[in-house]
Write a new protein. Structure first.
Length: 84
């Protein structure tokens, strides 16, 4: 399996470099959040069942655990305009 630093390298379908092996959750990279892992797991189950799916991290809410909590979802204005 290919590594990307501390994480396992995956594609947009959570496939690793080993055929038939998927990686989800914390081993697949940031953000390291339970709801991201759940969404990846559901997607992989659908792929195994024969559905065409791809994962887009932009659709997963990100949160900063502070007081008050800060949450964001979607594209930043810069990414929306095609700039980084």
């Amino acid at each position: 399996m290919d590594a990307a630093g501390r994480f396992i390298r995956i594609d947009r379908r959570c496939r690793t470099s080993v055929p038939g092996v998927y990686a989800i959750g914390d081993v697949a990279g940031e953000p390291m959040l339970a709801h991201k892992a759940s969404a990846e797991g559901e997607m992989v189950a659908e792929i195994i069942a024969g559905h065409e799916r791809e994962f887009d991290k932009v659709a997963i809410p990100a949160i900063v655990f502070t007081e008050p909590e800060i949450i964001s979802v979607g594209l930043t204005p810069q990414r929306g305009r095609g700039t980084r």
